[in-house]
Design a protein around this ligand. Structure first.
Ligand SMILES: [Fe+2]
Ligand SMILES: [Fe+2]
Length: 272
């Protein structure tokens, strides 16, 4: 897991990054919103669950959490969900009803603690309203983003993600061409259906994001971005339907990828 960092006065990022040898890294973020009723958005990957729980506790006592907003039930968002729910007995699990029911096939979800939510619905976190919004791109139909109506922070689930050359804490630190290439690589692999969309209607979907006038873009797979970056990020997403379709590694390429991963894992000086 990477070092947690703060974005603005009341948002903390719990970041990890997945190495993609020869390509770069994929950020995977969960977030804590220090609302009057504290909120955790997603729960990281399972592999570094001990570190995730420590990082969470360094920001807020999990027992104080009142809401756990699960954007969708993919494995890179549910890694510590069981442990967090156990450590946060006062928290309600805000998610799509079907995400809760689907998760109940692999862990005993306390369904009486589920606060089912749909796009357009909102929760009251004491000092602010958190509105459920649809992300413009998604890899899971149960995806639900969050707009913090008091600060304008927009949590966009998997949308606006990017494969990046290195770990950074601000999108402004990524060279624009590398950012655009990394975003297109991610979007075409994570939302391959985007090649099928009507361009005009997709443009309307992106315009709806712009209409929200977010002050920050907080993707699950991108370092924090200020609202100033929104125009550039949207211009990149406009290109997704016409971008080169993504082709995953085949047998041989996967073998090379495993070899590169093993090489990375070798202690320094171990190779002859
Ligand atoms: Fe996903
Ligand atoms: Fe994801």
């Amino acid at each position: 897991m990477d070092t947690p960092y703060q974005v603005g006065p009341d948002i903390h990022v719990l970041p990890t990054s997945l190495p993609l040898p020869g390509v770069g890294i994929l950020p995977v973020n969960a977030y804590v919103i220090r609302a009057e009723e504290p909120v955790l958005v997603d729960s990281g990957i399972g592999l570094d669950s001990d570190d995730f729980m420590d990082a969470l506790a360094s920001i807020v006592d999990p027992a104080e959490l009142r809401w756990i907003w699960l954007t969708h039930d993919d494995a890179d968002h549910t890694g510590s969900i069981r442990r967090v729910m156990a450590a946060a007995p006062r928290a309600r699990l805000v998610t799509n009803a079907f995400a809760a029911l689907r998760m109940a096939t692999w862990w005993p979800v306390p369904l009486d603690r589920v606060h089912a939510i749909r796009v357009g619905d909102a929760i009251d976190a004491g000092d602010r309203t958190l509105r459920a919004v649809a992300p413009p791109l998604f890899d899971n139909p149960l995806s639900i983003g969050v707009l913090d109506e008091s600060t304008g922070a927009l949590f966009t689930v998997d949308a606006f993600g990017a494969i990046l050359p290195a770990v950074v804490e601000d999108v402004a630190d990524v060279e624009p061409e590398a950012l655009a290439g990394g975003m297109l690589g991610w979007a075409t692999s994570d939302s391959p259906w985007a090649h099928l969309v009507d361009r005009e209607r997709f443009g309307q979907v992106l315009a709806r994001v712009q209409d929200l006038q977010p002050t920050r873009i907080l993707s699950s797979h991108l370092p924090a971005a200020s609202g100033d970056a929104l125009g550039h990020l949207l211009q990149v997403l406009e290109r997704v339907p016409d971008a080169e379709p993504f082709v995953p590694p085949g047998y041989e390429q996967f073998g090379h990828l495993l070899a590169a991963l093993a090489h990375q894992a070798e202690p320094v000086g171990a190779s002859a």
